[in-house]
Design a protein around this ligand. Structure first.
Ligand SMILES: Cc1ncc(COP(=O)(O)O)c(C=O)c1O
Length: 504
């Protein structure tokens, strides 16, 4: 009774954000949970995505709220103006960019983590033990030693950055943390494939090394880094006064899902005494499938691996991760002792080192919980089978392309990404006389499909040609959605060919 009175006082005096009436909050909470479960359960009945009307855009131009609104009113706004206009990556027809579909398990775990509101930067508490358990599981998955360190980060862009900084420390030490790179910045050299993700160049920019120091090694017909060229480039750089320090291999390139010859790169890196980093954003978690793990052979020899649970791992955004073989190098790259972060043998400040010693973030969310739940509830075997299935669907799509004269496959399919284009009928398929028309047509097809809400591919350039790109990362996708994509490309292809011709 007293506590109720106290609660009422706190509420009335405006000093707490807790509700006055927990029962009505409970009712509202259940409504919100039910709405999200309905959203996921009925996702197939919705369009993939929907352009938002002007009225909705206007809702988010309203000024800073000065007074309170009820939770149910804010939730109504969410239902009416946010939920229908998300990009649609939970939908099985979404195949754009590299987006996972999420899962109900991850969603519920995210709610638990938010309720706990743990700060995983440090301190001695069990949420850190959960993160460390996932780190141990990743060591096991990638056959890394017990001494390896790992850290949750936002995504692979950040994980790759941490990998590059650690590689830099391994080569030239950590004095540069204080001194800056000064006169060696433009000598440090990194090698990666011409098809590598743009965040590798950005990591060099952020590291003060500069993207000019990134050697983009040409790729072979399978879009893998050409290892002969790699060796020649390293030799040429060593012959001058450059300081090669890192090779970045990719396990699943963003454009076509190619996997570099990781074992080959590992051998070159060992011989040349270079750090071997793997950008595993798209494909590293394929280690959960015995069929895909074979293609990743050599990843276990990496010095560091960047990966994303929010892509193939189906964990809700965001959940990137970096695994580093030499935990001392990792620690020395980031640890920044401070009086207010003093460590103790006992009490809440025990348990050193803390996660904040291994990356730039001091305040960190409990991302590990949704990953822990996902791995615990589904298990590695089921997740691996799900990944196999997405690769099967990519092959199904490439077979459909091969057997359809109006479509053309633009790159071999190694994993779950397919690049292709519509070949308009009135042009000779072997001697395309108007590539510009063809590129414009295909880009309009992609936009039209996205706006139709039937499917959502994205686009890229493959071998200099505009490509419709289907990246099948969503565990909900089936042959039906692949057939819908093919049917829609053909339909819009014909329609837009006529429209564009009549305009020209
Ligand atoms: C190969 C590759 N590397 C890195 C990234 C960046 O990952 P994130 O978006 O998690 O930062 C991506 C994103 O798609 C990617 O495909």
């Amino acid at each position: 009774m007293l506590s109720r009175k106290l609660q009422a006082y706190l509420f009335d005096s405006g000093t707490t954000l807790d509700p006055r009436d927990w029962e009505s909050l409970r009712t509202q909470s259940h409504r919100m949970l039910d709405d999200m479960l309905d959203y996921v359960a009925q996702i197939r009945e919705r369009p993939v995505s929907h352009p938002a009307p002007e009225a909705t855009e206007n809702v988010f131009r309203a000024p800073l709220p000065l007074t309170s609104t009820s939770l149910s009113a804010a939730h109504d706004t969410f239902l009416q103006h946010i939920l229908p206009y998300a990009v649609g990556n939970a939908h099985p027809g979404f195949m754009g960019w590299v987006h996972g579909g999420g899962s109900t398990v991850g969603m519920l775990a995210e709610m638990l983590a938010a309720g706990l509101n743990a700060n995983l930067g440090g301190r001695d508490h069990i949420p850190i033990a959960v993160e460390q358990q996932v780190v141990r599981w990743m060591r096991e998955l990638f056959q890394f030693p017990e001494s390896a360190s790992g850290l949750f980060v936002t995504g692979s862009s950040m994980a790759n950055f941490i990998g590059i900084l650690s590689a830099r420390s391994a080569k030239i030490g950590t004095a540069v943390r204080a001194t800056g790179l000064a006169d060696i910045a433009d000598k440090l050299t990194v090698y990666t494939s011409a098809d590598a993700h743009g965040c590798i160049a950005q990591a060099l920019e952020l590291a003060g090394i500069g993207s000019n120091q990134l050697r983009k090694v040409p790729v072979n017909h399978l879009h893998q880094m050409d290892l002969g060229d790699l060796e020649r480039m390293i030799a040429a750089d060593k012959a001058t006064d450059r300081i090669p320090f890192c090779i970045v291999g990719t396990s699943g390139t963003v454009d076509v899902g190619a996997i570099d010859d990781l074992a080959g790169i590992a051998a070159i890196a060992a011989r040349e005494q270079l750090w071997f980093h793997v950008d595993g954003a798209c494909g590293a978690l394929g280690m959960m499938s015995p069929k895909i793990a074979v293609k990743l052979r050599g990843i276990e020899q990496a010095d560091s691996i960047a990966l994303d649970f929010h892509k193939w791992g189906q964990v809700p955004y965001d959940a990137g991760f970096i695994l580093i073989r030499d935990s001392q190098v990792h620690y020395d790259t980031f640890a920044s002792p401070a009086a207010y972060l003093r460590r103790e043998e006992r009490g809440l400040a025990a348990g050193s080192p803390w996660p904040c010693d291994f990356g730039p973030d001091l305040s960190r969310s409990f991302k590990a919980l949704k990953v822990w739940f996902t791995l615990q509830v589904y298990g590695i075997q089921k997740l691996g089978r799900m990944m196999d299935r997405t690769c099967d669907l990519a092959r199904y799509l490439s077979d459909r392309i091969a057997s359809t004269s109006e479509l053309e496959l633009l790159a071999p399919v190694t994993l779950n990404i397919v690049g292709f284009r519509f070949r308009h009928q009135d042009l000779d398929p072997d001697q395309n006389p108007d590539p510009e028309f063809s590129d414009r047509l295909n880009s309009e097809i992609v936009v039209a499909i996205q706006e139709s809400g039937i499917a959502a591919p994205s686009s890229t350039t493959i071998n200099g040609r505009f490509a419709i790109r289907a990246a099948i990362f969503n565990h909900r996708t089936t042959e039906l959605e692949i057939d819908n994509l093919v049917g829609t490309v053909l339909r819009y292809g014909k329609l837009l060919t006529e429209n564009l011709h009549s305009k020209s």
